[in-house]
Design a protein around this ligand. Structure first.
Ligand SMILES: *Cc1c(COP(=O)(O)O)cnc(C)c1O
Length: 361
């Protein structure tokens, strides 16, 4: 009825259909309130319930311990590139591991605020792998070690977290958030722009250990840039992104209903295997990431030529698979197969690529 297609966009990205249907049904009158959530005061009881439930459902899903805040902040993931150094630098030193475009951007921003070391990098091979992080020369003065746990553009992911030698770990999980179980206590802070794997764009969820919130920054930072502002006000210092909170809350409930992150992970492993198995036996298509470090969420791949890459992108689009063009820094194609991409979508794509190969290989 709605003529929806398989959307492989890296973000904003596809959302679970049952969630979109629920949102549609509540659009004109949210549960007897007589209004849409978009029209509702963020100070109302109805909306407070929406926020409280969203936070609680996320805590249940991830098993977030009580000594962590869950904050809903605007400015996307990008604003965190600045907020993190502004709030977490005490000694003025931090170590960054650079594995792709997003960790590099975060590093370049952090450099404005202190002495930022590149602890390791995979730039030598166009970010097609994750460096060995088991025994890196962590700066004894470092206030934190920073990673991007899943590089959305390059399609790499960490199999094991870096050995930070006692320093706190800060992780950008934007493109893998809620894709598998996560032991929150391994991190000082986790954050994720929600438009990749959860909801609409324009909001970040920051999960931050309570002892990292500082009392001494009130006079030094713009009020919005201080984590304490958000922690003290329950993410309601100013008008929050009410719509995104509402939609994310729905996705959390949906994930709980299908069995939580264990079940989601199992499905994500199955989906990724369908695509990687195809790429590994194909004579036309080739995955660009070293197998050990392949992302379950973002799968970049190429044909032998740029011309053929473009031809495949056009052919897939004509066949009802959208947003498969790779990012310009990697080229080729990229299939983002986030939580909300059904397995049938991946199977249908692989069937199409097989057919294309048979006809053009
Ligand atoms: C998309 C993305 C960002 C940037 O998110 P915005 O919300 O657009 O600021 C940062 N990090 C990663 C890993 C991303 O995938």
């Amino acid at each position: 009825m709605y003529n929806r297609i398989y959307n492989f966009s890296a973000g904003p990205a596809t959302m679970p259909e049952p969630v979109l249907e629920e949102i549609r049904d509540e659009m004109l009158n949210y549960r007897g309130s007589g209004m849409c959530v978009m029209e509702m005061s963020h100070r109302s009881k109805v909306f407070q319930t929406i926020v409280d439930e969203a936070e609680q459902d996320l805590r249940d899903l991830m098993g977030i311990p009580d000594n962590y805040h869950v904050l809903f902040i605007q400015g996307g993931a990008t604003l965190q590139f600045s907020m993190i150094p502004m709030n977490l630098l005490k000694n003025g030193v931090a170590d960054y591991i650079i594995t792709g475009s997003w960790s590099k951007k975060a590093y370049q921003e952090a450099k404005k605020f202190g002495k930022i070391n590149v602890l390791a990098s995979s730039e030598d091979k166009n970010f097609s792998y994750i460096p060995d992080c088991s025994d890196l020369p962590v700066d004894p003065e470092a206030d934190y070690v920073y990673i991007c746990e899943n590089e959305t553009i390059h399609g790499t992911t960490y199999q094991t977290l870096p050995n930070t030698k006692g320093k706190i770990l800060v992780a950008d999980q934007s493109s893998m958030f809620l894709s598998k179980p996560c032991n929150v206590s391994d991190y000082g802070m986790i954050y994720a722009g929600v438009q990749k794997n959860v909801g609409p764009a324009g909001m970040v969820i920051a999960i931050i250990r309570k002892d990292l919130i500082r009392d001494d920054l009130g006079d030094k930072l713009p009020v919005y840039m201080n984590y304490k502002t958000h922690a003290d006000s329950g993410s309601m210092y100013n008008t929050p992104n009410c719509w995104a909170i509402y939609c994310c809350g729905k996705v959390f409930k949906y994930l709980k209903s299908i069995g939580g992150l264990e079940a989601m992970h199992k499905l994500n492993l199955e989906k990724a295997k369908v695509l990687y198995d195809f790429l590994d036996q194909s004579k036309l298509f080739r995955g660009t990431v070293e197998p050990e470090f392949r992302s379950l969420m973002n799968v970049p791949f190429v044909t032998p030529t740029k011309e053929q890459d473009a031809d495949v992108v056009a052919a897939t689009k004509a066949a009802g698979f959208d947003n498969l063009k790779g990012h310009k820094s990697v080229g080729g194609l990229r299939a983002s197969i986030y939580n909300a991409m059904p397995k049938e979508g991946v199977v249908a794509l692989v069937d199409f690529l097989k057919k294309y190969e048979a006809e053009h290989g």
